[in-house]
Design a protein around this ligand. Sequence first.
Ligand SMILES: [Zn+2]
Length: 281
Amino acid sequence: MDVYLAIGATVFGAIIGSFLNALSFRWGTGHSVLRGRSRCMQCGHTLGWRDLFPIFSYLYLRGRCRYCRSRISVQYPLVEAVAALISIVVYLQNPLSLFAYAFWLMVWMTLLFVAVYDLRHTVIPWACTIALAVLALLYLALHFGFGGAPGLAQVNDGLTKSIIWALLAGPLLALPLFLFSLISRGTWMGWGDGALELSLGWFLGLAYGASALMIAFWSGAFVGVLLILLSKLTPTASSRGRAQRFTIKSEIPFAPFLVLGAFIVYALHLNFFITLPLLWQ
Ligand SMILES: [Zn+2]
């Protein structure tokens, strides 16, 4: 590991995070995604260079706009910090290959965007799902077609040795999510979640993918129960905008949990199904 490259990767990640923030507010709202300077959401003041340092500007301004003192969404520094973390983890997993770093950075930043967008708008952009599926199939093509592209080997390398199982991993892991959507007609779980899981299955393979799905379900259930309990404890919260009452029927975006589970498995090489690959080795 090169310390300077690691620091560079962290800074680069935070800058991408800053861009993803802007994108999550502008995409699909009629605003131009690329044109137009960043402005305060409240007073509309154009932000200066001092306001645009990822994480640090937020901390320095103590979460308030420099011009009108209104609160800045905590989403900004959080997404920037998570993006920085993703970039450093991807670098540590691929310290020797710029191609592998760039490839996995693209994958994880798209997934981070999907998670943030789902949290904000409770919908997964189809453009992202399709882009991820293309990247996943490209990954499998490189992995199997060319004997493993240099440095591209990831957590499912050595576990998913058969191309048939590697291809089946996506549909098999997405199947339970699609069934949830089918049974509930999209009310328990959106169709986008199954479509997203398809790519995650291809990226991680069956054993790691199933581990990631398990983390997603457990963390999702934990947060869901927590939100219901919190809304019961604070009965007056329902009148306050975002702090709506959560019930068992409330739509909780699931993509953030799918992405969280996948990233934990990717970063820590966590496998709860270590014996699973023996089935086809
Ligand atoms: Zn302002």
